[in-house]
Design a protein around this ligand. Structure first.
Ligand SMILES: Nc1ncnc2c1ncn2[C@@H]1O[C@H](COP(=O)(O)OP(=O)(O)OP(=O)(O)O)[C@@H](O)[C@H]1O
Length: 330
């Protein structure tokens, strides 16, 4: 296996449940930072996470997680990874603070240090006096924050979060995403975020991995994935969009409506050529309200990949960060 600064580097991982191939010869490198792990239901995300943590046995595969041999050193890996599972995991009858402190003890911290860290993490997650309440009385949002505190309590360098924003109200969701980003930028943590909520990926992730049917279909930076094939500018206007679009087409540009913003996507134009747009707008008595480089929609990328449509050439660049990038490794 080649040397790199990847936090996870695995090769030829296969996992079968009876007749079901949940992971098919997966090879993957994940760099430091925040990585979104995406895929349709049943694509193998949870299986991959559990395999990386040594929580299930794989039929084949080897590699490294952080500085540890995988799967041989699974116990050491678990000591250095914080895991937020999708399902609730608490012992009934315990208060929130006790649940976090228990996780600290299980991770090897002393009672005193574990309790100190537990309070610190619950403070970080916005818990007040409710930390002393029985976890069974917690709302979904509080349970997510509890799991987050538990995942963080032993100060792991890598966090694996399985659907951490599910069930959160909009304010709580924003707060959770801020915490995730903050852990990466201010505390040097790496994060793997498994989610179906694509705007969450857009707002916090540096990299994206897309699994489909147990194979890795995409590994790339969000920036690369978001960059359109042709330089494209998104224009929001005040006035008659039809007239303006016709003028742009006559001038040789490809113009498409942008459903997300109700603006126009003008293809084949670089940002520094935008003065042409102002001129054409003036000719059609249209006012430009906003101009910005257009990005590929993550929803579209995801749908294309999930439906087996091959990605456009420039969607996967030569800088793709994994040898698995851009092709199914089935
Ligand atoms: N314990 C199990 N026994 C048998 N089959 C399983 C088991 N766990 C998962 N599978 C199957 O393995 C495949 C991958 O499942 P997995 O839960 O890893 O997908 P996922 O991408 O996490 O799905 P979701 O987004 O719905 O959580 C699916 O076909 C699933 O039905």
């Amino acid at each position: 296996m080649g040397s790199s600064d990847a936090i996870i580097e695995i090769e030829s991982v296969s996992k079968r449940y009876g007749a079901i191939d949940a992971l098919r010869d997966v090879s993957l490198q994940i760099p430091p930072g925040v990585t979104g792990l995406l895929g349709p239901n049943g694509s193998g995300k949870s299986t991959l996470i559990k395999a990386l943590l040594g929580l299930l046995h794989v039929q084949s595969g080897q590699g490294r997680v952080l500085d540890y041999d995988w799967p041989r050193d699974a116990r050491m890996i678990r000591d250095h990874v914080g895991y937020l599972p999708e399902d609730d995991c608490y012992v009934a009858g315990m208060a929130g603070i006790e649940s976090v402190a228990l996780m600290a003890r299980l991770s090897g911290l002393s009672g005193r240090e574990g309790l100190r860290r537990s309070h610190e993490m619950m403070d970080y997650c916005g818990f007040g006096e409710e930390r002393y309440r029985d976890v069974e009385s917690y709302s979904t949002g509080m349970r997510q924050k509890l799991k987050f505190s538990q995942a963080l309590v032993h100060d792991p360098s890598l966090l694996i979060l399985d659907e951490p924003t599910t069930g959160l109200d909009p304010d709580q969701r924003i707060a959770m995403l801020r915490r995730i980003r903050n852990l990466a930028t201010e505390h040097g943590k790496s994060v793997i975020l498994s989610t179906h909520i694509l705007p969450d990926v857009r707002s916090v992730c540096d990299h994206v991995v897309i699994l489909v049917d147990g194979t890795v279909r995409v590994v790339d930076t969000l920036d690369n994935l978001s960059r359109p094939i042709e330089p494209t500018i998104l224009v929001s206007i005040v006035g008659d969009a039809t007239l303006f679009a016709e003028q742009l087409t006559r001038a040789g540009y490809t113009v498409n409506p942008d459903p997300e913003t109700n603006g126009l996507r003008v293809e084949g134009i670089q940002a520094h050529q935008a003065d042409q747009l102002w001129r054409l707008a003036a000719e059609t008595n249209t006012s430009i309200r906003r101009l910005e480089p257009a990005l590929n929609s993550l929803d579209q990328i995801f749908m294309d990949v999930a439906s087996g449509k091959s990605m456009a050439k420039s969607d996967i660049t030569p800088n793709a960060i994994s040898r698995g990038a851009g092709h199914a490794n089935s």
